[in-house]
Design a binder for this molecule. Structure first.
Ligand code: SF4
Length: 401
């Protein structure tokens, strides 16, 4: 069996043309029963960021796909996203706010389709047979009942999973607690179990601008100017990993998904149509490699820390650096995850997250699973005797919230 993935260059900024060409080359639409179907378009808009930032799906891709799908006579078309933990508060910082910032609400208005916050949707309990680590999931009802799910990810590096693309984009159909549970249960296997429960019908990748390193600075944007598409999300992710310079055999969740027979990860069994991988390959800087310089000499005592706390901690380094306190980092000690032994310490450590709570008595404890990066930053300020107000001002400036 062979899976097909198309790679198409966006010419003259004509994103809609590239999307149409990509799905046409991969024959993605043809195997789908459109008439009378309920369609969910699931972009990656997990945080409040603008289009072309490389961190959320470009609104032009969402619009092109919405128009393409609407032409096929489905019963309904909905654009839905459940933003990340930390952006799911019942006020401004929720999925709707993220979609407003990314231009999705405007797209929906122009195309006459509904937008739904999947975090606030009704949720249904779904059983997963033969699960690796999660044999049940609470899934947004709109996603669960959709006959057709179009996943529109962006190619990005990730602290724990190497890359994040189509398979991981499905996490947006989970409410916050379930998102966190995938971290606690083991993110790579949790992603595969989720895709066993609900698999995207078609994956169309916004490869116009990807994001490398810690996905936090202008310099992390990687212009690829590509649209990729296919029905097999494992094959699409395998191709995207290779295009962004990774060895797809080392991306655990992609390999596990192939093992679980969700698709094909072996490049020899994937037919690539359109551009050749070698012609468009542009190596991304891996997350952890980029994050090293941010640690600035911080001592980290950890074991089995998942991406939740790891990722949030990186925010702390970014915030402190931006506020002018990078030189204080060599005095910072962080305990997180489940380390077995703690050596004797000269400084007050910051104990991060629920997993590390048995060491809370040793220093400044920041509860949560994961704690928000701003809370960890507050803990670091306390441990380092830094004025929190200065750092907060800088955070507000950074996010312009
Ligand atoms: S406390 Fe941190 S390391 Fe532990 S499961 Fe939660 S996010 Fe992961």
């Amino acid at each position: 069996m062979v899976s097909v993935v198309s790679i198409v260059k966006v010419q003259s900024e004509d994103v809609e043309r590239a999307v149409r060409k990509s799905v046409s080359l991969s024959h993605s639409l043809e195997s789908v029963e459109w008439e009378g179907s309920m369609v969910l378009i699931k972009p990656n808009v997990a945080i409040p960021a603008q289009a072309a930032s490389g961190t959320v799906t470009d609104a032009r891709v969402i619009e092109a796909v919405t128009r393409l799908v609407s032409e096929r006579n489905p019963r309904s078309v909905v654009i839905g996203e459940g933003s990340s933990v930390g952006y799911d508060f019942p006020d401004r910082l929720d999925s709707m706010h993220c979609m407003e910032v990314a231009g999705v609400l405007e797209v929906a208005k122009r195309c006459g389709v509904k937008v739904i916050d999947l975090n606030r949707d009704e949720h249904v309990q779904v059983k997963v047979p033969d699960a690796f680590v999660m044999d049940t999931f609470a899934i947004a009802k709109t996603a669960w009942e959709a006959d057709v799910v179009l996943s529109l990810p962006v190619i990005k590096t990730h602290v724990r999973t190497g890359i994040t693309c189509g398979l991981k984009n499905m996490k947006g159909v989970l409410p916050g607690e379930e998102k966190k549970r995938t971290h606690r249960c083991g993110l790579d296997r949790g992603i595969v179990d989720l895709n066993r429960a609900k698999r995207p019908t078609i994956t169309i990748v916004d490869g116009i601008i990807g994001s490398q390193g810690t996905n936090s600075e202008e310099a992390d944007r990687v212009p690829l100017n590509l649209i990729l598409a296919g029905n097999d999300a494992v094959a699409v992710d395998s191709v995207c990993a290779t295009v962004s310079g990774f060895d797809a055999r080392e991306i655990l969740h992609v390999q596990l998904a192939a093992e679980a027979k969700l698709g094909i990860a072996d490049l020899d069994l994937i037919e690539v149509r359109g551009e050749r991988i070698e012609a468009v390959r542009r190596p991304f800087i891996p997350y952890l490699q980029a994050a090293q310089h941010l640690y600035g000499g911080t001592s980290i005592i950890e074991k089995n820390t998942c991406t939740g706390c790891m990722g949030e901690l990186v925010s702390t380094f970014i915030y402190l650096k931006r506020a002018g306190f990078h030189d204080k980092l060599p005095d910072l000690t962080v305990i997180m995850g489940t380390p077995e032994d703690i050596p004797s310490l000269n400084q007050t450590p910051v104990v991060v997250g629920r997993c590390a709570r048995e060491y809370r008595h040793l220093g400044v404890f920041v509860p949560g699973c994961p704690p928000h990066g701003i809370k960890i930053t507050d803990g670091a300020c306390e441990a380092l005797n830094i004025d929190q107000k200065i750092v907060h001002r800088s955070i507000v400036e950074l996010h312009s919230l």
